[in-house]
Ligand binder design. Structure first.
Ligand code: MRU
Length: 354
């Protein structure tokens, strides 16, 4: 573990949420549960540490989870190196299933692991397979970096100087291998000299907006105002929001969008106030096997997250809770879906990605 105290956020563009270390064949990732108080890194060659990091949200955000899953397969392959390819293949298959079981909603996790499995199945030699798997995991992150930039460029074309964007959860550089999805348009707009401001919803229960989005926007010099989730209506009512941009964990073929719990509420409000509601995500977030949002599995998390606030218990002991981590925004509330391919407008039909 490496610690860095963050009295002053580092003014560096786009922290590296996750990366492969060639020297040691390890993965280095930011321990996001400690932000913004501490910038701490986990360095590991243990796939179980990676599984745990995904479950605990030490690494989170759909594209970043995809990269973590791919790197998890690579370090898993190194750890089960066996002279017998059959033994190696069977053990790595079990590891891939363990990685797949960490979180159910972000399709990028399954997309990345399936892609690694396809590479594995081209080999019958353990050492050649390991080299190819390491290379593929790095390629997945390189592609993610390029996709984020493209999303940023397409998204920035929707933003003009002086606009204010509201976002929910964290879909920035902390949530991807690159510069982010929903925050990428603001970063590119800033590069283009446009003055774009952001309202960040705090995003209960785990406060990704308060802890992560506001931290990374400040670190990158973007004007951000943090609000509680229940304040979105008043800032919209006052005419202070020109557009909403959020990320996604899984998009159905018909354009229904799963994202962090509370996104649907924001979309309904945006509709009420006539504010365009945009979704920014790579095409790896589209699930071509899912026709509508009804078929997207929604993760339910521990009761303590709702009954507590940070490390402080606030609800009565043994109070009943309900804690879905995501909701689905129906496609009719989505003005456009920004991918690396461009700006998709309704009616949505992503079945061409099959
Ligand atoms: O539970 P999390 O923090 O992994 O949820 C993340 C989100 O909902 C993001 O908006 C989504 O993954 C898009 S990240 C580019």
């Amino acid at each position: 573990m490496h610690n860095q105290t963050l009295e002053n956020p580092v003014r560096t563009m786009h922290v590296k949420t996750i990366e492969w270390l060639d020297d040691s064949n390890k993965v280095r990732l930011i321990e996001q549960t400690k932000l913004p108080q501490e910038l701490e890194y986990i360095e590991t060659d243990d796939y179980q540490v990676m599984c745990d990091a995904i479950r605990r949200l030490a690494v989170r955000g759909a594209p970043a989870i995809g990269c973590a899953g791919a790197y998890g397969v690579a370090i898993g392959a190194l750890s089960v190196r066996d002279n017998d390819f059959g033994v190696f293949r069977a053990e790595l298959g079990r590891i891939m299933d363990e990685l797949r079981a960490t979180r159910p909603t972000a399709v990028n996790l399954f997309w990345a692991i399936n892609r690694m499995e396809k590479v594995l199945d081209q080999y019958h030699d353990v050492n050649l397979a390991i080299d190819a798997l390491i290379q593929e995991s790095k390629t997945i992150q390189e592609e993610d970096i390029a996709m984020c930039r493209k999303i940023g460029e397409h998204g920035a074309s929707l933003l003009s100087d002086g606009m204010t964007v509201l976002t929910h959860c964290n879909a920035g550089s902390l949530a991807t291998g690159g510069m982010g999805t929903a925050l990428a348009p603001m970063y590119v707009a800033k590069e283009q000299g446009k003055n774009v401001k952001v309202f960040a919803d705090e995003t209960r229960p785990l406060l990704q907006g308060a802890r992560l989005t506001s931290w990374e926007l400040m670190a990158n010099g973007v004007d951000v105002t943090l609000i509680c989730d229940n304040m979105a209506a008043i800032v919209m009512r006052k005419g202070w929001v020109d557009a909403v941009i959020v990320g996604s964990d899984r998009i159905a073929c018909n354009g229904d969008v799963a994202n962090k719990i509370g996104t649907f509420t924001v979309a309904v409000l945006a509709n009420r106030f006539g504010i365009p509601f945009y979704v920014a995500a790579p095409t790896s977030t589209v699930d071509p096997n899912v026709a509508t949002g009804d078929d997207i599995p929604i993760e339910e998390r521990a009761s303590e997250e709702v009954a507590g606030f940070g490390s402080c218990r606030v609800g009565p002991e043994s109070v009943k809770t309900y804690n879905p981590a995501f909701d689905v925004t129906p496609h009719d509330l989505v003005a456009a879906i920004i991918t690396e391919q461009g700006i998709h407008k309704p009616p949505y039909d992503f079945s061409f990605l099959k």
